[in-house]
Design a protein around this ligand. Structure first.
Ligand SMILES: NC(=O)c1ccc[n+]([C@@H]2O[C@H](COP(=O)([O-])OP(=O)(O)OC[C@H]3O[C@@H](n4cnc5c(N)ncnc54)[C@H](O)[C@@H]3O)[C@@H](O)[C@H]2O)c1
Length: 398
């Protein structure tokens, strides 16, 4: 049997749930491209001066793996993203070695169609895959990041897939990030395990387009004492995300986050709805319209309309790299529980925190300062992922 690699204090794992999806593939390819100096780190907040000397792991130290339920090889997935214009056309061949390396670390997750494993067995299997990855790659730690398809809001007590993965992350002793609106660690049955895990976590649902804009415009109307009467939005989107959100139950989870930002920044819930339409031929490109009807002085009626045309995966991927680095560093310095200062990245942030982007950015800058100041605890090279205590995890199942 080959010898176990020694643990490197500088190698950090990024375990992606939904590892063969658009966002995950773009994050893996993008990390390799930036590391190789092929592209600048545009869109990565952690590469700005604010994070200078904050002790974040280097991009070159990130090692990727993950779970998915499909088996399309990552280099092939990257080629189809390049064909769709999401990745530069020559990038998949330039970073094929890195894509292949990540591909070798992807395991089939679950639950699979007709899966007969119990919740307990599934969590154990998923956690074992993560622990094996950490051990095999000699990692100091690994962050589990959920970028799998959005699932419908679950009914009943059973743990949905996203929560099984979140429980597995805790069981493997890994910090956790939920970039999707799925339940993940929010499930009430995981609350005590999350609280007692001593691990940092962040989520939910990355804020990359329409909601990002809302978290800037909402405070503007409130601060200028303009009365928003109605705020309506429509999104046209293709790709895997568009297909998943064609299910009204899945879209409901996403729209709740978009509307919450308005309620939190305006202080009231304005009239109007948000819709998501699946338009497969748009692929990864999203068009989002907002129509904001507001009153000015003496009740004068006015309207602001915005059009956002974005490529979803290229907006999301740099944030995945940011979050993995930030949560890895938070874990290294011993932070635990919800990292509220990461609300900047999310539609529905964990913990207490402001909803306006400007205030959220100030919190992020404060976190950077804290991370810079916190001395690395002695012996922090010990792989914490090896120390996950299965007895801590979902209590009622054990
Ligand atoms: N700008 C953005 O792209 C953005 C912003 C916020 C949130 N998100 C969320 O990120 C997620 C990923 O988006 P995407 O465009 O990459 O979607 P995608 O459809 O391309 O990829 C999702 C991947 O998840 C996999 N998957 C599905 N069920 C799984 C399971 N049980 N276990 C493991 N893997 C599973 C699929 O096979 C697929 O490979 C979505 O939930 C989306 O809502 C994206």
């Amino acid at each position: 049997m080959p010898a176990e690699p020694s643990v490197s204090p500088s190698r950090v794992g990024v375990w992606l749930i939904g590892a063969r999806g658009s966002v995950a593939t773009t994050a893996v390819a993008g990390c390799a491209a930036v590391t190789a100096g092929l592209h600048p780190p545009t869109g990565m907040v952690t590469e700005t001066g604010v994070f200078h000397e904050a002790g974040l792991p280097a991009l070159s130290s990130l090692v990727f793996g993950g779970h998915d339920v499909v088996d399309c090889p990552l280099p092939k997935r990257a080629e189809s993203l390049a064909a769709g214009g999401v990745l530069p056309h020559d990038l998949p061949s330039a970073v094929t070695a890195e894509l292949a390396a990540a591909d070798r670390e992807i395991r089939i997750g679950g639950p699979l169609r007709g899966d007969t494993r119990s919740e307990e067995e599934l969590v154990d299997d998923l956690a074992r895959d993560i622990r094996d990855f950490v051990r095999r790659s000699g990692l100091a730690r690994a962050v589990v990041v959920n970028v799998a398809s959005t699932e419908p809001v679950p009914e009943g007590d059973a743990l949905p897939a996203s929560s099984l993965y979140a429980a597995a992350a805790l069981r493997a002793g890994c910090p956790y990030v939920n970039f999707t609106p799925s339940m993940g660690l929010h499930h009430p049955r995981l609350a005590s395990a999350a609280a007692s895990s001593g691990l940092p976590y962040a989520g939910r649902d990355g804020k990359t387009g329409q909601t990002l804009l809302r978290s800037v415009l909402g405070p503007m109307f409130a601060q200028r004492a303009l009365a928003v009467r109605a705020w309506s939005g429509t999104n046209l989107l293709g790709g895997g995300d568009g297909a998943a959100l064609a299910d009204p139950a899945a879209a409901a989870a996403k729209n709740a986050g978009k509307e919450r930002v308005l309620a939190d920044t305006l202080g009231t819930v304005p009239e109007g709805e948000t819709h998501i339409d699946d338009v497969p031929s748009l692929g990864d490109w999203k068009t989002a319209w907002d129509h904001i009807a507001f009153d000015g002085f003496l009740g004068t009626r006015m309207v602001l309309q915005t059009t956002w045309q974005g490529c979803d995966s290229s907006l999301a991927a740099p944030l995945i790299l940011d979050l993995a680095r930030l949560v890895a560093r938070a874990h290294e310095v011993g932070l635990s529980g919800p990292v509220g200062e990461l609300g900047f990245y999310f539609k529905d942030p964990v913990g207490e925190g402001p909803a306006a982007l400007g205030e959220q950015y100030a919190d992020l800058v404060a976190l950077a300062g804290r991370l810079r100041q916190l001395a690395q605890p002695p012996g922090s090279v010990e792989p914490r992922a090896e120390r996950g205590d299965p007895e801590d995890l979902p209590g009622e199942d054990r």
